[in-house]
Ligand binder design. Structure first.
Ligand SMILES: Nc1ncnc2c1ncn2[C@@H]1O[C@H](COP(=O)(O)OP(=O)(O)OP(=O)(O)O)[C@@H](O)[C@H]1O
Ligand SMILES: [Mg+2]
Length: 638
């Protein structure tokens, strides 16, 4: 993962224009409509002038009707154009927001787990929601108002100069200090708006953690402390919000003051100009009305600068994610993937044969097509670690210092080690959730970094320590990695994972689980996650302590079924219990970042004091039946 170089908020906002590109035409039409609308509005005081200086001064009623009709037409034109602008704006800016959101999600999915470990989830959430809305608001109103306000200002000052040059120039100059005010405001507001957006992210992270950890908070009686911490964070957000609002208020008051003070002076000087015959009476009315029309564009500048500043910091925060390049990528030129994909397919077909033999749930047969003779003899899944080292970015010491381990196709190796010794770390290197710092991991002789990621991850199946389930049905959760899985496949996988409880759920396979769904026990969740890992029939199966939450009786049944499933796959199984260890052909002891010993359970018991210490909690060490009579080992290879 590469940290992006810093960039200014303004530069980040300017880069956002790439998302506006598909809407350039709409934007151009919208801006044209807005310019024509404000021009029409500006013409109305000129009609007033003609009414006063022409129709009224000459007593000519005939001129009144066309002038009245012209004013009405201009008003109607302005209303119609404003309607069009608002109507087309919605599609353009929401479309832009949708595209950025899609890209952001896609990018977040591409970033490696190390990125997600180092970022607070609330910070990501606030960027994907609040910051996107801020950019949308500015892209819509900000850009259009900026252009139309500038146009209105220039047009009106030009008209004023045309009516009376010195009075017009003076009016333009009276508004000059507004520019200085804008610059000073922009600087202060930029700091406050970044601070506010970061604090909102921290608050979102805290609320999310407090909701997820509600049981811990309640059971430890820490609700008051948690509430106090939440209050502290929301106080910071409140202060930044109030600070922003007060700064805006002061700035807008300054913006209000400039044109209103100018109006008084202009009225006075305008009256003098009339008395000197440099301006007609109608001209004075038009002059004052036009000057009043300047108030809104000037005030709009305040809004534009505020939203622009917020949008710029939002864009900066979003590009901090976009500019973080994923560390784990596909090889530039994939090695000819054809042979391995074919092998994977053959393997899958061979696997289905065994899967069909694992039985059914609730009396429903698990059927599968017969495997071809070629598939039955396919033997892939040779996994080899060669002097593999790895260290986490934040940690000074490497976790793995030179792992060398060879798993023959179809072999099951149990990985045993003290807590924190690096077992989960080693497993995550195989599907390339992280890359080794040095050394080589090969699958059937090919460096895993040379395999396209989708292929590698299709060939390697994992059940992690934490059985994550998604807000979806049991069926969707189990068949997550296999799009074309049939009901029979899903049932067979659940059967192998001893997840018969699914049949008793209110809607069976269609029962929604995960967040906002049926709550499952820890052991039930583990078995659904295990079913998901074995359904894919991967060539290499990585199981990170998959049975830790099960009672001994259920564990024995799952162990027996797993032995059957794993006959097809090369398996690396993290195990703490002797009963799981006995499932394996060999046991590898991980200690001090290396494979300290490898052999059968009994060889290690006899020769490795550390292994004996790890296994001493269970009584199997004293058994002299080489484990074959251990629970659930019926059918396992010995
Ligand atoms: N994301 C991470 N960032 C930094 N250090 C980490 C990270 N994950 C794990 N570690 C550290 O790496 C070491 C190995 O962790 P790992 O999770 O691989 O241990 P383990 O053998 O699976 O332990 P357990 O049996 O408790 O599951 C530990 O010291 C841990 O603190
Ligand atoms: Mg672990």
């Amino acid at each position: 993962m590469q940290t992006p170089p810093p960039q200014t908020p303004a530069a980040a906002l300017w880069r956002m224009r790439e998302y506006m590109r598909p809407y350039y035409l709409t934007l151009a039409l919208m801006i044209t409509a807005a310019i024509v609308a404000v021009t029409a509005e500006t013409m109305i005081p000129l009609i007033t002038k003609s009414v006063i200086d022409g129709a009224i001064a000459h007593g000519s009623r005939r001129e009144l009707l066309p002038l009245g009709l012209a004013a009405t037409a201009l008003g109607a034109l302005q209303a119609g154009l404003n309607f069009y602008r608002r109507w087309s704006l919605a599609g353009a800016v929401n479309g832009m927001e949708k595209t950025i959101r899609g890209d952001l999600y896609h990018h977040l999915q591409q970033l490696d787990p190390g990125f997600h470990d180092s970022w607070q989830s609330g910070q990501l959430l606030s960027r994907a929601t609040n910051d996107l809305s801020t950019i949308r608001r500015f892209a819509g109103f900000g850009t259009v108002f900026f252009i139309t306000s500038t146009w209105t200002f220039l047009l009106i000052v030009a008209l004023l100069i045309d009516m009376n040059w010195w009075l017009g120039l003076l009016t333009g100059c009276l508004f000059a200090p507004v520019g200085v005010l804008c610059l000073r405001f922009e600087k202060k507001y930029r700091v406050l708006s970044r601070q506010y957006q970061d604090q909102t992210g921290d608050l979102a992270t805290y609320v999310e953690e407090a909701a997820a950890g509600i049981r811990v908070l309640k059971s430890l009686g820490r609700r008051d402390e948690a509430a106090a911490r939440h209050l502290g964070l929301s106080r910071l957000v409140y202060r930044s919000q109030v600070g922003k609002a007060r700064l805006r208020g002061t700035f807008w008051a300054g913006l209000d003051l400039a044109p209103n003070a100018a109006i008084g002076l202009l009225l006075l000087l305008g009256a003098l100009a009339v008395s000197w015959h440099q301006l007609t009476l109608g001209g004075l009315v038009a002059f004052v009305t036009l000057t009043l029309l300047l108030i809104w564009p000037i005030e709009a500048m305040g809004f534009i600068i505020a939203t622009g500043q917020e949008a710029a910091t939002a864009a900066q925060r979003i590009y901090e994610i976009f500019d973080t390049a994923p560390a784990i990528t596909d090889p530039d030129v994939p090695e000819d993937p054809q042979p391995s994909i074919t092998a994977a397919r053959a393997r899958k077909a061979a696997g289905k044969k065994t899967q069909a033999s694992t039985g059914s749930i609730a009396g429903r047969p698990a059927t599968a097509p017969p495997a071809s003779p070629a598939a039955a003899t396919a033997r892939t899944g040779h996994l080899r670690f060669d002097a593999v080292t790895f260290s986490y970015p934040q940690a000074p010491e490497p976790v793995l210092r030179g792992i060398t381990l060879d798993l023959a196709p179809g072999e099951t190796v149990a990985l045993v080690g003290a807590t924190g010794s690096g077992k989960s770390t080693l497993l995550q290197l195989v599907p390339r959730l992280a890359d080794a710092a040095s050394g080589l991991i090969t699958l059937d002789g090919a460096d895993i970094r040379d395999l396209p990621l989708p292929e590698l991850r299709a060939r390697v199946g994992c059940a992690f320590e934490d059985p994550t389930l998604f807000s979806a049905s049991v069926r969707e959760n189990v068949s997550f990695g296999v799009r074309d899985a049939t009901e029979a496949d899903v049932l067979a996988a659940l059967q192998a994972a001893q997840a018969e409880f699914v049949a008793d759920l209110p809607w069976g396979l269609d029962t929604r689980i995960g967040e906002q769904g049926m709550a499952l026990s820890g052991g039930q969740r583990q078995r659904v996650a295990l079913a998901r890992a074995i359904l894919a029939r991967p060539e290499v199966l990585l199981l990170d302590d998959p049975l830790s939450a099960l009672d001994v009786h259920t564990e024995a049944k799952v162990t027996a079924a797993l032995a059957d499933v794993m006959a097809d796959s090369t398996a690396l199984v993290v195990a703490h219990r002797p009963s799981t260890v006995l499932l394996a052909d060999r046991v590898a002891l991980l200690a001090d970042g290396v494979i300290a010993a490898i052999g059968t359970h009994h060889e290690l018991l006899a020769t490795q004091a550390r292994y004996r210490a790890l296994m001493s909690a269970d009584d199997l060490g004293g058994s002299d039946d080489d484990g074959r009579n251990a629970p659930g080992l019926a059918g396992a290879r010995t």
